[in-house]
Ligand binder design. Structure first.
Ligand SMILES: Cc1cc2nc3c(=O)[nH]c(=O)nc-3n(C[C@H](O)[C@H](O)[C@H](O)COP(=O)(O)O)c2cc1C
Length: 169
């Protein structure tokens, strides 16, 4: 049985929710990361992935300017990186350096991938769609990377400011 409630109350039941870190080169030439829960695969052929970025985010300008970005799926050990990149703005600092997030060069775009992530996807911007107070950016995956260790757990948000690692079945 269901009981009708508010949108705000019902959406608290969505956890666990995925989280990614999206990275794009900004106007100053630094690679700026942002924590993003709103991301999905949206086509197999061609391989397309989408991210939803709020209109107030510094990352919005970076993604538009660079026209390319990395979607990185953080591991459980990266909880501190997710909180940092999800609460600080690249307007004020070099977030990757300040947080000490480990990076490797991307191979097909001018960006970095995250060394301790479960997987990384390099994307070229294909289109942009306004959705209320966010913009959805669709990118074509041009290179993919995975952690050498299959046992690394992917990080999920659990609600009530908790996070935890999950392994595939
Ligand atoms: C777990 C988590 C998930 C988030 N998901 C999104 C998201 O999907 N889209 C978004 O625009 N901001 C999201 N945010 C907020 C941004 O990460 C946050 O505003 C960040 O400081 C923006 O950085 P920037 O100003 O350098 O772009 C999320 C934050 C956290 C902690």
């Amino acid at each position: 049985m269901q009981t009708e409630t508010t949108y705000d109350e019902a959406r608290e039941r969505r956890f666990p929710e995925q989280v990614a870190i999206v990275i794009a080169k900004d106007a100053q030439g630094k690679y700026n990361p942002i924590a993003v829960s709103w991301t999905m695969m949206t086509s197999h052929e061609p391989p397309l992935m989408a991210i939803s970025i709020g209109k107030t985010r510094y990352s919005l300008e970076a993604v538009r300017l660079a026209k390319e970005f990395v979607i990185s799926l953080p591991s459980a050990a990266m909880q501190g990186d997710v909180v940092f990149h999800g609460t600080k703005s690249g307007r004020d600092m070099d977030k990757l350096a300040a947080c000490g997030t480990k990076t490797q060069p991307a191979v097909k775009i001018d960006c970095v991938i995250l060394a301790d992530a479960v997987a990384n996807f390099e994307c070229k911007l294909v289109s942009e769609h306004e959705t209320g107070d966010h913009f959805i950016f669709v990118g074509e995956v041009v290179a993919s990377h995975m952690n050498e260790a299959a046992s690394v757990r992917r990080l999920y948000t659990l609600g009530n400011e908790q996070m935890g690692g999950v392994l595939p079945g």
